[in-house]
Design a protein around this ligand. Sequence first.
Ligand code: PHE
Length: 378
Amino acid sequence: MIELTSQKDAALAAISGADTLDALEEQRVGALGKKGWVSLALKTLGQMSPEERSEAAPAIQAIRAEVADAIAAKRQALEAAELEAQLASETLDLTLPAPDMLSGSVHPVSQVMDELAEIFADLGFAVATGPEIEDDWHNFTALNMDESHPARAMHDTFYFPDKAADGGQSASSSEAVGQKRMLLRTHTSPVQIRSMKEQGAPIRLIAPGRVYRSDSDATHTPMFHQVEGLVIDKDIHLGHLKWTLETFFKAFFEREDITLRLRPSYFPFTEPSVEVDVGYSNEGDRRVVGGHGDEQGYDWMELGGSGMVNRRVLEFAGIDPDEYQGFAFGLGIDRIAMLKYGMNDLRAFFDGDPRWLAHYGFSPFDQPTLSAGVGARA
Ligand code: PHE
């Protein structure tokens, strides 16, 4: 016992003298570890007579507790000191300039889609969407382009491998057969069909979104954007179409001197069909929408297609063409974005170069976009 007491005194002195956590740990192992002197002392209890043991056990336990407490107290003190030292050495200089940070911006296409939705919302149009992986029936057949229609060839379609193992032979209607063949939609017009089938007439909507064609050069990319417009009611005529497009372009390009030219054309899904041209003039090497016909260099540029919805399309979509009629249009979003914001290479739209985006992108905070909330305008 006397020996233990002096070991304890020595240990307590060493513990209080430990100046690092490592030195303290050494003391802990030496005393309380498996082969530490306290543990060894506890083991001797087994060989003692009951009388001896009843006297020795509490004494050894008391020593053990005293050493353990001393170690715990010293550990706390050492940890606190370490933290103090760290706080003192790692000061933060708040006057240093912060490192540059890339901030995100709204892509011009997203910006223009928001602008479109806002302008057409003012005209009472809802926004509709449809799948980009579309079936043959919605993309072509229901738009009056059956399997053998030559207009299909103009679409450079990305088809998926046939998915029906039975080649569609067990399907009963032409709609079911066509629906089995999947493709990337080549235009936003299938949203016309889906919306008419879902909600019937009357209808007034736009459908902005991505479309795909196997085509690539300075003015064509395999993925691009269109906005579809569709109005169906009992007495809609071409005059409504022209007014709607003219009103839209005036609001979008923010000028009054905008002239449209509707040029006779052909689309299987509209009859009659017209191409939509807008008058532009040149400012330096930049084309600017608007101006006057007598200006030098004033010319027409095609922005999209449109027309009165073909009766057959209404029939395919389950609407009675003797009761309802209407117009549809499809505009290239990328092209009107380039015109409004003065960009000249379509491919840059899809390169994702942060320098281009920093230059042409929009701040999400100071632009009134739908995503930032229309109310943000006020
Ligand atoms: N879908 C046609 C295209 O992509 C455009 C269009 C839409 C034409 C609606 C007429 C009516 O070329």
